[in-house]
Design a protein around this ligand. Sequence first.
Ligand SMILES: Nc1nc(=O)c2c([nH]1)NC[C@@H]1CN(c3ccc(C(=O)N[C@@H](CCC(=O)O)C(=O)O)cc3)CN21
Ligand SMILES: CC(C)C(=O)C(=O)O
Ligand SMILES: [Mg+2]
Length: 264
Amino acid sequence: MPKITTAVLQKMKQQGDKITMLTAYDASFAKLFAEQGVDVLLIGDSLGMVLQGHSDTLPVTTADIAYHTRAVRAGAPDAFVIADMPFMSYATPEQAMQNATPLMQAGANMVKLEGGDFLLPTIKALTERGVPVCGHLGLTPQSVHLFGGFKVQGKTAEKADAMVRQALALQEAGAQLLVMECIPQPLAERITQALTIPVIGIGAGNVTDGQVLVMHDLLGISSGYIPKFSKNYLAQTGDIRSAITTYVSEVKAGIFPAKEHSFQ
Ligand SMILES: Nc1nc(=O)c2c([nH]1)NC[C@@H]1CN(c3ccc(C(=O)N[C@@H](CCC(=O)O)C(=O)O)cc3)CN21
Ligand SMILES: CC(C)C(=O)C(=O)O
Ligand SMILES: [Mg+2]
């Protein structure tokens, strides 16, 4: 397998080769995921929920993400690694530059930021300084208190149009990848077709250029509520390595996510 870079991800979109992404928080899983062919590893701030046990992602710090990024990088030296920037660590371009530094130094290849228009100067500032950026629109979990829960976004025609416009603006500002979370599949299709950069979906249907899942959902070990868009691959395979290769092959073939994992 060739080493993944932003250029390779771009080429995968052009060739219609689906991108597989999975969260990873430690060296052992990172190594296993990379060995089983997962294209991109994400140190998600979901670690606040699945590792730390909080009910949302807000308590996570930049130091937490840096710690887990170092572990993932140690386990998977050649993987393409994205680190989430935590809640309020990128409220201004200056804060974003300051807090992206330890994440890149911990081994990240790219940082991911949640939000739309307010991020445009921040994305420009980061990319001009050599920090690749992944955007994140739709259900942005750091805004859970604004949304009043983890709810599907972009359900009205006005909200959908605004999201398409924001996705284009993030790309124009320099974002090289975009995660779309919990949106109706037709909107995900519109955005994927409108953008030249790869779009990675979670709860957005099988129409995006790739998929991401939280590893604990794929292994069926998430505590409490398991989102509709996730699939327990360990239950169907009985072995962690097979669970990962099945996830990878189902994403590559467009089998996952199926209708029951998507919002219409
Ligand atoms: N284990 C885990 N999996 C995730 O995907 C995840 C996390 N944790 N933590 C950070 C965020 C939070 N996420 C979530 C959490 C819950 C829903 C959820 O309950 N969704 C409802 C949709 C409700 C509606 O119809 O509006 C669902 O039925 O899936 C969605 C995303 C996604 N991320
Ligand atoms: C669910 C993914 C996209 C994420 O942002 C995370 O794991 O924190
Ligand atoms: Mg996140």
